[in-house]
Design a protein around this ligand. Sequence first.
Ligand code: SF4
Length: 276
Amino acid sequence: MKNITTQEISEKVSLALYEACHNLNSCTLNLLKEAHSNEEDITPRTILDQLLENAQIARKEGIPMCQDTGIVTAFVKIGRDVHLEGDIHDAINEGVRDAYEKYYLRKSVADPITRLNTKNNTPAIIHIDIVEGDNLSITLAPKGAGSENMSRLAMLNPTDGIEGIKEFILKAVKEAGGRPCPPIFLGVGIGGNFEKSAEMAKEALMRLNPSSDPTIAKLEAELKDEINKTGIGPMGLGGKTTCLGVFINTFPCHIASLPVAVNIQCHANRHVEVVL
Ligand code: SF4
């Protein structure tokens, strides 16, 4: 049995949030560089250059890569052989509070009705799973509203099938246009029920590699190609690069349902995993 204190968790969470907001992960950076070399026109090339320069300045000078430092989602996996000394929700929220105050990250969380700001970016949205082992892993994703607001969920008819799913996803991307600051990533949840599909869509964005299921990996690649044919382009100003990756998670669903959720992520693709 491994003992983990709330203080250890809070400290790791705070540092990880600094990392996420200032250091764009190498996978996203490489995809942006690849996109830059694929573009021929001056406008998309210039925008991709600026996004790469922005990421470099953020890392070197300790300035957040975007002013919208988001609301924090945490995907927590607690090993059965972990003993937590205290409450995991309190520990994560303390780490969020510390990071947003200490590193001067924008406080972007408010009561939904009064719109009064909570002034420390808490609470985080926390999803917890129990897994085998004696590790505690927390994947933190501070996500801005520009891309989150373009997310969509539909309860399709099962007879809509794969073509209906693709049509819904492409419609969501086209309606979003330049608003989620493309190039985008797409997290998609297919199946489960209403809330399960949305959670899967968000969690799919945490991986930056194709699905291990060959059928789903093929669908991810096809959708990415289709999205890039829309010509929306970097920042919606035209070009070959609208989407850097599509990630789909699936789960069995009711025979009379076909839930599909689309969670759009902007180029400021911030997520970091901490393991204790
Ligand atoms: S969509 Fe992303 S890059 Fe655009 S303002 Fe929001 S957080 Fe920043």
